[in-house]
Design a binder for this molecule. Structure first.
Ligand SMILES: C[S@@+](CC[C@H](N)C(=O)[O-])C[C@H]1O[C@@H](n2cnc3c(N)ncnc32)[C@H](O)[C@@H]1O
Length: 226
């Protein structure tokens, strides 16, 4: 769990190696999945009572999943010092046993295809937040997308800003992201465009305190009166 009092926690942060691709998810992007993308699946999606974020980092996605899903497991290969389970999702000797209704993650970019293949073994619904360009690439086409196209491809109309090592509520980016959702046995649906205005509508007043990067000054708009 991310404890509610920010500074002491941030002061004890552990930095992962760059190779682990730690790019925390803005909380509103996970809420967009829960509020818009899951409902857009309609009857194609079985009930979701349990979920697992197997590369949870500091919990930016897992804690938001916990706002709506009762049973959420959270783990990562690196110990960020937040009390989450530590484990390699790609551990080849771990048994491939069904464990939850949904695997929901923002996986590291390079091994994302391996993450997808592993996740398909473990849950009937897999939802990954990925760069939109993940749709491209001959290798991914041959090994995943040709035979297992996403049930729902849901690009964000707004940009989702993800930076290495921290979430900046006011950050900007040129990279486009989308939710890719696979539901076992369900036929692909037309793309669903996550409508504009979600960042504003789905950002909560306490998100900066719960999830924001450590700063020397409070995370307030400079124009805000103190
Ligand atoms: C893009 S970050 C996402 C972090 C978090 N889920 C979030 O949304 O804020 C990718 C995460 O994958 C983790 N990771 C990389 N390789 C992994 C592996 N083999 N097994 C589990 N976690 C891994 C990294 O430590 C990092 O926290």
């Amino acid at each position: 769990m991310i404890p509610s009092g920010g500074n002491a926690v941030m002061a004890s942060r552990r930095e992962p190696p760059d190779s682990l691709d730690f790019f925390p998810t803005p909380p509103w992007a996970t809420r967009a999945f829960l509020r818009h993308v899951l409902p857009a699946l309609g009857g194609a999606c079985p009930p979701i009572r349990s979920a697992w974020d197997p590369c949870c980092g500091e919990g930016h996605m897992a804690e938001v999943l916990r706002e709506s899903i009762v049973q959420v497991r959270a783990s990562d290969i690196f110990d960020y010092g937040r009390g989450y389970e530590v484990g390699d999702f790609l551990d080849a000797v771990a048994p491939a046993v069904r464990c939850c209704d949904l695997i929901c993650a923002n996986p590291p970019f390079k091994p994302a295809a391996q993450f997808a293949r592993r996740a398909f073994q473990l849950a009937p619904v897999v939802a990954f937040l990925l760069r939109a360009q993940w749709l491209e690439g001959e290798d991914r086409y041959e090994t995943i997308l040709r035979d297992r196209p996403p049930t729902l491809y849901a690009p964000f109309v707004e940009r989702v800003c993800m930076l290495r090592g921290r979430w900046e509520p006011k950050g900007s980016t040129a990279t486009a992201y989308a939710w890719f959702v696979w539901v076992e046995g369900a036929a692909p649906l037309p793309p669903f465009f996550i409508p504009p205005g979600r960042k504003h509508a789905l950002t909560r007043p306490d998100d900066a305190r719960r999830f924001g990067a450590r700063t020397d000054a409070p995370l307030l708009d400079p124009m805000d009166p103190a």
